[in-house]
Design a protein around this ligand. Structure first.
Ligand code: DGL
Length: 263
């Protein structure tokens, strides 16, 4: 089957690597909207409009059987409009793993680390009130973290002091209890998880939803009878599209290291 995997940048590669395990026969097309990156503080209506226009073109050109929105900032605002507009194509979204965090926490204190856009969305607030109203939830909109992750992924170093400042509000104490789970609410963040672990004031679980999204994708693919090996995938590697049409050499190199060839 052919699957389109979409993110504002290269963070969605954290989902792509899990998709390869759950759907090994799929032909993947990874789309990085590098021309629009970062999505974190886009005005909502403009962002929905941009994403809808991109998908109109992508679906017409590539006819994917399934689309994965490997981006929380996009999913929390655009997944419903996309489903409505492109009804015959199934979409799997990525939203902060608030429900599993609320179920698993021992201390009752969880934090959601995401872009400012994602933490402010009605969709995200609704997840908190539906699934975690009995927990103490701290929402942290990190303005620079996605950019820091992209810089790191493309060969840069991480300024640990800057990283510490971005994640510090996630660590909360209440009496003798302290935060024990941090939801990674942006697909870029798993690439910084090792550094975040190193500088964390105390150990916590960093909840990465990638595996769960890949399982969901597998079950949707099975449901539509499209979980078979794509005939193209024997002859052709997974591919990448950068919406700018002119990605820098480091982005191209990163995509190559993930086995993606440019369309
Ligand atoms: N990777 C995206 C997410 O999961 C956001 C990165 C950005 O564009 O700021 O939210």
């Amino acid at each position: 089957m052919s699957i389109l995997v979409f993110d504002s940048g290269v963070g969605g590669l954290s989902i792509l690597r899990e998709l390869r395990l759950s759907l090994p026969g799929a032909a993947l097309i990874y789309v990085a909207d590098d021309a629009g990156f970062p999505y974190g503080d886009w005005e909502e209506a403009k962002l929905v409009d941009r994403i809808e226009r991109l998908f109109a073109q992508l679906i017409a050109e590539h006819r994917p059987q399934l689309c994965i929105i490997a981006c929380n900032t996009a999913s929390t605002i655009a997944i419903e409009p996309l489903r409505q507009r492109f009804g015959s194509t199934p979409f799997v979204g990525t939203v902060p793993a608030i429900k599993p965090a609320a179920e698993r926490t021992s201390s009752g204190l969880i934090s959601v680390l995401a872009t400012p856009g994602t933490v402010n969305r009605a969709y995200t607030r609704d997840l908190v009130s539906r699934f975690a109203s009995h927990r103490h939830v701290t929402m942290v909109g990190a303005p620079d973290l996605a950019l820091m992750a992209e810089a790191y992924m493309t060969g840069g170093t991480v300024d640990l002091n800057a990283l510490r400042t971005q994640i510090a509000p996630c660590f909360v104490k209440k009496g003798t209890d302290r935060t024990d789970i941090i939801v990674l609410g942006c697909t870029h963040y798993p690439f910084l998880a090792n550094q975040m672990r190193k500088i964390a004031p105390w150990p916590v679980d960093w909840l990465n939803p990638a595996e769960a999204i890949a399982h969901r994708a597998k079950s949707v693919a099975t449901g539509i009878g499209a979980d078979q090996t794509d005939t193209q995938s024997d002859t052709q590697s997974d591919r990448v599209i950068f919406t700018s049409g002119a990605p820098g050499a480091k982005l191209v190199q990163l995509a190559r290291s993930f086995g993606l060839s440019q369309i």
